[in-house]
Design a protein around this ligand. Sequence first.
Ligand code: FEO
Length: 407
Amino acid sequence: MLTPIATDIYAVGHIDWAVRDFHGYETDRGTTYNSYLLQFEKTAVIDGVKAPFAADWLGTLCQQTSLDKIDYIVANHAEPDHSGALPALVAAAPQATVVCNKKTQDFLTGYYDTSAWRFQLVKTGDTLALGAGKTLKFIEIPLVHWPDSMATYLVEEQFLFCNDAFGEHYATNLRFDDENPLSTLIFEAKSYYANIVNPYSKRVAAVLAQLANVPIRMICPSHGVIWRKNLDAILGAYQNWANQRVQPKVMVLYDSMWHRTATMAEAIMEGVAEVSGVTCKVMPARAITENALATEMLDTAAVALGSSTLNQQMMPMMAARLCYIQGLNFPGRAAFAFGSHGWGKGGPELLDAKIDELKWTRLCPPVLAKFEPTPEVLATCRQSGRALAEKALELAAASGYQKTCID
Ligand code: FEO
């Protein structure tokens, strides 16, 4: 779809209304693969689309330019959702030079036969003159979210083509942020960050510091909308997420075999509710998605982990959920384990050990019930819930979270 975004600058990417599984990430609202066409004295295309949409992409480009007029193809990142259609464009525009950093070249060469491609390698600070007084400047942003990730800055217009950073999976023909509900955009950006970018938060914080002195009028990512109005909203939200700032929120994540552990989860929630200013989200492991769990975890200060015991292990769905969370790396939460067991033990104890692996702080030893939780056990659950809520308040106050439009 061709959308003018400024004089001689067009969005030319593809809207993927149908995708619901993006390499395991659930994309309930579809996504977009954004590509940009810059037509000055030189013509440049920034980033590409996924392979199945190559013909559509070339058709969109041809609405505005002859392919033999393309001088540069800037590849900010080699992941196939942006590079899959590059071989088709290079074949159709063999005169074009592919501009990228060394890592991207290596990755592209790993994916495709690039033996006939003309490469120009760039690094941070390098520039490329497009004529008509327009200049591209390159800023490497390694591990946001791949080692090759790069942003391209159109100096005179102050447009930042930042690839995956500041993106969201959200299919819309309305290409600008101010044409869409801001709360939906920030929520989808939060989900995207939690599930894709979060492991690299230290790098993101460094990039945000790096960009603090760069004037930006438009953020043009490779997924979702172009930010031209609410830049403070997306940049502020990224400051929260990159710095692992948390809210006074408690999550009770559990799986239960015969509802005894579920009863304990309810009692913990009741204890949390006794503390003013703290919200509690009960997340039954089998009733939620991994994406929803990670999104919720991003700004949650404290967690109660519950499981029955199955074959001397924690419930398998708890193991799966925690494997996913551990990979995404949410350090610094306060936590305790709980659960009911019958004639065998192991589930809550394994959850308790997991607290160390997650780099969380243990609030108290596991709260255990043998078969039916007694009134005394449920009272301990409520007391532990209260203590966890108090800790959540403390962690949130220390983290400096700035409220966003979805809070
Ligand atoms: Fe949208 Fe890292 O690819």
